[in-house]
Design a protein around this ligand. Structure first.
Ligand code: A5P
Length: 233
């Protein structure tokens, strides 16, 4: 088991590698989570020395961090397309570059931003790269608050163990005012099929499966930074 501070060193290395590819004038998607926070900090350091970019944040937390560090923010009201999104992930399947995201609860905005991006760079430490999505896979699924009990029952019928995410005594609430059901699967051998089945459940807003969205994965390893891209890229 790697210590938290060691993982942070790897996350920071991946984040800094990704931010080095940012050029003047870009519209950037700003991810959420601890690895994306390292990227926002690295970006702010470059902005302080003259880089001109605007960021569209994927969470209120990332928006506040960017504002505090001096990164100019924009929104979809002003920009319809994003040149590059830099975001973290909870798991990445090496074979397909399918991502699982949402343990931080920002998956809906993250997916909207990723979908509007020409490129998405995913930054992770080496512990998150897996050969296959198996061995108890936890998949966050954002659901509407109304009738969540019945939505969770229908998710359970898809052969998983769903658990409503809580924050203290109350349900955890996303930036969009929705709830999260963390669904544990034995394995996810067919991400696209599962995505279709989950999306067919009334009350599901979005899933944490990001399929075919990553343009590259930047992995912080103890031996250095590794970059992998989709086959044929
Ligand atoms: C936020 O909703 C998530 O999708 C994050 O991108 C993911 O949980 C990674 O977070 P860390 O970088 O903190 O591990």
């Amino acid at each position: 088991m790697m210590a938290g501070s060691d993982r942070d060193t790897l996350k920071r290395a991946a984040a800094e590698h990704a931010v080095a590819e940012v050029v003047d004038g870009m519209v950037l998607g700003l991810g959420s989570g601890s690895t994306a926070a390292f990227a926002i900090a690295a970006l702010a350091a470059r902005v302080a020395t003259g880089l001109r970019v605007v960021g569209i944040p994927t969470s209120e937390h990332s928006a506040a961090l960017a504002r505090r560090l001096g990164v100019r923010l924009s929104s979809f009201a002003e920009q319809r397309r994003i040149d590059l999104t830099i975001d973290g992930a909870d798991r990445v399947e090496r074979r397909t570059l399918t991502l699982i995201k949402g343990l931080g609860g920002a998956l809906l905005r993250e997916k909207i931003v990723a979908s509007a991006s020409d490129r998405m760079t995913v930054i992770i430490d080496e512990t998150k790269l897996v050969e296959r999505l198996d061995g108890r896979v936890e998949l966050p699924v954002e659901i509407v608050a109304f009738g969540w009990e019945t939505v969770v029952d229908r998710l359970a019928a898809l052969r998983c163990e769903p658990r409503l995410r809580r924050s203290g005594d109350a349900p955890f609430t996303t930036d969009g005012g929705n709830y999260i059901a963390d669904c544990v699967f034995d394995a996810i051998p067919d991400p696209a099929g599962l995505e279709a089945r989950l999306s067919g459940v009334v009350g599901v807003v979005e899933t944490g499966l990001f399929i075919g969205m990553a343009s590259q994965i930047v992995i912080g390893r103890r031996t250095g930074v590794e970059v992998i891209e989709p086959c044929g890229a």
